[in-house]
Design a protein. Sequence first.
Length: 136
Amino acid sequence: MVTATAGVNGRMGKNKQSEREVEKETKMPEGRAGKKAAKAGPSFLDDNPALRNTLAQIEKEFGEGSIMPLGLEAQAPIEGISSGSLSVDLALGGKGFPRGRIIEVFGPESSGKTTIALHSVAAAQRAGGIAAFIDA
């Protein structure tokens, strides 16, 4: 949550609410915190103001969500490009090769590395993407 407050210089700035304020707003009637409070952030940020300040500066410069502490359930959805082989796609998580990443395929001779790579390049180009095949 973001609130606007007047800073020391009199300009309006954006400040994030503390985890405790968010937790107060999302309390359930029984006194238990809701799902939003659990995702508000790790408790170690309360104990370390220097870390909290550094995190705020990074998020100000690069955008919210630039830093994701380990243990949070938030996962970025990653699109996939089919390899042309259902078994390979399933082994890679069901979507094939992740889009926007550099992929290295290696293995013994005559195992189908080039075939899978070229099928993936073709699938990416069919979807309007740009792909390169480098045989080194």
